[in-house]
Design a binder for this molecule. Sequence first.
Ligand code: NAP
Length: 346
Amino acid sequence: MSKRYRVGILGATGTVGQRFVQLLEGHPQFEITAMAASDRSAGKLYSEACAWKLPGAMSESVRDLIVRPIEPPLDCDIVFSSLPSSAAREAEEAFARAGYPVISNSSSYRMDEDIPLLMPEINADHLGLIDIQREKRGFGKGFIVTNPNCAVASFAPPLAALHRRFGVEAAIVTTLQAISGAGYPGVASLDITDNVFPYIAGEEPKVETEAQKLIGTFTGIGVQKADFTISAQCFRVNVIDGHTASVRVKLRDVGTLEEVVASMREFPSLGLHSSPANFIEVTDEPTRPQPRLDRDAGSGMTITVGRVFPDNVFDYRFIALSHNTVRGAAGSAILNAELLIDRGII
Ligand code: NAP
């Protein structure tokens, strides 16, 4: 039986925090031993502080944990962070400095040049940044790794597949993002019901910059970003879970439609506990992907791509979809922790 690690969750009462609790139930490597959230929750039992919003009951094993403030020490070996970026920067650094591996969903450190922005299937070698980070920041045995923005997680995998095989020169990305991406209570019902909301604060710059780092090359001293440009528009739509991205892409070497589809279908998954059988599923069904039907593919860890066609203005177009609180948040962070254990870093 594999070693079990004690994990703590920062932002444990929120939308992503609850998804962590759900996904970690019964996990063979992890056991939740600590919860932390804001002053509103600290000191209460988790079951009192958390308004549980996922289907099914809150796990019995976490109900009686006392919610702590977001500062070390916490009774755990690994810290998962799902704090708002305003609180994350200071708290995550404090935990890393206190010797904890910090595996973050927050945007605070994603673009710092010594912090890995990870999707294990795409760039596990970026873990090489951890030694550089420890030396630069004087972290000792602690460190920070991040996963990408939830909308980036939907289109970066097919883009990475295309970049490896053909070279991506430019992409136009239009995202249709679920309500749960805004956390709880999120967008006012009167803004999102019967509506498409054309603004998500701070989102377009993230969508335009994170994929270049994620798909970039680790050189031994840093990450050389992939040299394509992205133009993004981000919309909030009346969907509970599942972010959709409509993508038009210009390639350096243009392949056939069959080659383009094969590059995505053949992109390997990993053999980690939370790895889906297929990292990228390409459907030929003309009406897919749809959030309601496809967000749970691979238990929420598969990216579903459809409507792959030649484009009249760019070279190809396609639609990509992923589950924003699983592959776009908690599930990705858990996969990152599994990778860190597999590579002997934790
Ligand atoms: P959320 O539902 O608003 O939850 C926020 C959590 O952080 C709650 O546990 C809250 O505790 C805690 N918190 C808020 N302000 C705090 C403070 N000043 N000090 C300490 N704790 C504080 O938000 P969320 O959707 O889970 O998002 C959390 C993070 O994940 C954000 O950085 C977000 O950008 C990122 N993310 C979210 C998604 C998604 O799909 N939702 C996807 C990827 C990444 P209380 O309950 O005590 O207030």
